[in-house]
Design a protein around this ligand. Structure first.
Ligand SMILES: Nc1nc2c(ncn2[C@@H]2O[C@H](COP(=O)(O)OP(=O)(O)O)[C@@H](O)[C@H]2O)c(=O)[nH]1
Ligand SMILES: [Mg+2]
Length: 491
């Protein structure tokens, strides 16, 4: 069994993670007390990747919830699924009312170190109980004082103790229009160095883009955090689906790691489709074509300013779910898009799309797709945070909050330089590969990915003569029929 350990940090991490657990419990037929009330054995076949088995045939999320103040944890405990979590997996700082109070220095230097040892003890306990650890998913925002600071402390430890474990971060970045406090850019920039060094896939989301999707696509007049968190939870569910259900084309996280052209350039922007308002849904017939069109429209990306920005795709993951999605069809759709829009793709990168297909669709849908784009415009998310950082840092505004907790001004400068170096590297990638980039044919991990046909090869369908195309299509469809017949049993 390949197991994932989830770590939810800070208020946003706890809330968003909760929504994810609610969603996967629904998909696997798990009740709020951890018992199974599902309809099909498929719901149980790979459930241990996220859940531990309890003593009374119950399932317990393999998750650790950490906050510097207890309020978000109490709120989580009082929700319908609150009791499903193991009570001693909740960690908080005792004796403080306001926790880190949006101050990264308090989270990193004052309160964080007291929570780090107990948190790591719990993580070790969870990892030791795993048969074969896949890695960690860390859920947090970086605008506050806990999510970014505590994750920086924990990510350093994870990298040292579990160098082979893949670390996936679901990171809510600050947005200019929707901001809780003026110091969010400080907190985000200070969190950046650890993300660059210790995360393998950082999936960046922001509330502004999520509000936009809720307003424009889902036609919700007053979206709440719950609505935004549900959208992000759908991305998390899509990303873990390949571990949770039988996959026709399994995409492991360690394989997805190959899509970063250099270890630093691992900032992905996600999307989830289908996205239709309740009133429109009954009028839409979902097909892989429809999903692909919506996925690549730029309107569903969950970080503002990326969907319609100039720039180029370096690589992308398209993870489809549904038993009538065929490998052949997906290949062709993605190839067609790429050929028609070749100027949107970095020329030096020979393969852009990695695809995965999981037979079981999400609840209530016949099919869906989760999309992760490593786009050069991802750098825009960080350069905008940096601009806002500079505005306050130039005036040394609010700096005393941080230096008062023992921080040095140099740390701000170093973090800001590190961030700008990555932004520049992304920009340069529009025309040429980053230093140290290995062509897929020379990269042993990537070579294996190519052999397993997980990359969409434009050459398969586009550049060869029509008669050969037909031959290839025929061979593939025979394969697909065989696989379909096998995989669809009971779905
Ligand atoms: N989408 C979403 N964003 C949140 C949620 N809670 C807080 N945020 C955002 O996260 C940032 C503050 O982080 P928060 O998690 O409250 O601080 P922390 O507890 O100190 O890490 C702000 O930009 C908030 O708008 C949530 O439940 N959902
Ligand atoms: Mg908080």
């Amino acid at each position: 069994m390949k197991e994932i350990v989830t770590i939810q940090i800070g208020s946003c991490g706890v809330n968003l993670g909760y929504k994810f657990w609610e969603d996967v419990c629904d998909e696997h037929g798990i009740t709020p007390v951890g018992t199974w009330c599902g309809e099909h054995q498929l719901q149980l076949s790979k459930i241990n990747c996220l859940f531990n088995s309890g003593p009374i045939s119950n399932f317990i999320p393999r998750s650790i919830l950490i906050d510097t103040d207890i309020s978000s944890l109490d709120a989580c405990r009082s929700t319908p699924f609150g009791r499903i979590f193991r009570p001693d997996n909740f960690i908080y700082a005792e004796g403080t009312d306001s926790g880190a109070g949006n101050n990264w220095a308090r989270g990193y230097y004052t309160l964080g170190p007291h929570l780090l040892d107990p948190a790591m003890d719990l993580i070790r306990r969870e990892v030791e109980a795993c048969d074969y650890l896949t890695g960690f998913q860390v859920v947090h925002s970086i605008g506050g004082g806990t999510g970014g600071a505590m994750s920086s402390l924990i990510l350093d430890k994870l990298r040292n103790e579990y160098p082979k474990g893949v670390v996936v971060n679901y990171t809510v970045t600050p947005s200019a229009k929707i901001s809780d406090t003026v110091v969010e850019p400080y907190n985000a920039v200070l969190s950046f160095p650890s993300l660059v060094r210790n995360s393998d896939l950082t999936i960046c989301l922001d509330n502004e883009a999520l509000y936009d999707i809720c307003h424009k696509q889902l036609r919700l007049s007053q979206p709440t955090y719950d609505d935004l968190n549900l959208l992000m939870a759908k991305v998390m569910s899509g990303m873990s689906a390949t571990y949770r259900f039988p996959a026709r084309n399994h995409l492991s996280w360690s394989v997805m790691r190959c899509l970063a052209p250099s270890p630093k350039l691992h900032f992905f922007v996600p999307g989830f489709v289908p996205l239709y308002s309740r009133s429109v849904q009954p009028y839409v017939t979902l097909t892989a074509k429809e999903l692909t069109a919506q996925m690549l429209s730029g309107n569903v990306l969950m970080a503002s300013g990326v969907g319609k920005s100039p720039g180029k795709y370096l690589s992308a993951v398209a993870m489809f779910r549904g038993c009538n999605v065929s490998d052949l069809n997906v290949n062709e759709l993605l190839c067609r898009y790429e050929t028609k829009n070749s100027s949107q793709f970095a020329e030096w990168m020979p393969y852009h799309f990695m695809k995965g297909i999981v037979v079981t669709p999400p609840r209530g849908l016949r099919m869906s797709a989760t999309f992760l784009a490593n786009h050069t415009a991802s750098a825009g998310i960080w350069s905008r945070v940096h601009e806002r950082f500079n505005k306050i840092f130039k005036r040394k505004a609010f700096l005393h909050w941080y230096t008062g907790e023992g921080m040095d001004e140099m740390e701000f400068k170093e973090a800001s330089e590190e961030l700008m170096a990555v932004v520049k590297e992304y920009k340069a990638c529009e025309s040429s590969p980053p230093p140290g980039w290995k062509s897929p044919e020379d990269n042993p991990v990537f070579k294996k990915v190519l052999e397993e046909e997980k990359m969409v090869r434009t050459i398969d369908i586009i550049t060869i003569e029509p008669k050969y195309t037909l031959l290839k299509v025929f061979r593939r469809s025979v394969q697909c029929v065989q696989i379909l017949g096998f995989d669809c049993m009971g779905c």
